[in-house]
Design a protein around this ligand. Structure first.
Ligand code: FES
Length: 109
């Protein structure tokens, strides 16, 4: 797998996220309190809420619109909530965020 540097982990607030535009659409890159990072679809499967504006707790995020909760590892909705968000490979290397290059290069068509 090859990786693309998309910036510094310091550009993401702790327990927050930033949005990265890719050919697959907007991806939310989250940073947890433990400085783990996750990349998922920014769009909530319920009614399209921006998950990057949600609240990160543990390794989950709560949608800002109606509080559905998604696991950032699996993308699965938690509890009684339904659906799944896409997840993408990402890692941190020397403080830099490295996203799966295929996500940036893949065509949306
Ligand atoms: S749009 Fe995310 S919970 Fe409704």
């Amino acid at each position: 797998m090859s990786w693309i540097d998309i910036g510094s982990i310091d550009q993401i607030p702790v327990r927050g996220a930033r949005v990265v535009k890719t050919k697959l659409g907007c991806i939310a890159v989250f940073r947890t309190a433990e400085d783990e990072v996750f990349a998922t679809s920014d769009r909530c499967p319920h009614k399209g809420g921006p998950l990057s504006e949600g609240i990160v707790h543990g390794t989950s995020v709560t949608c800002p619109l109606h509080n559905w909760v998604f696991d950032l590892n699996s993308g699965e909705a938690q509890g009684a909530d339904e659906g799944k968000i896409d997840t993408y490979a990402i890692r941190v290397e020397n403080g830099r965020l490295m996203l799966d290059a295929a996500v940036m290069e893949r065509s949306a068509a």
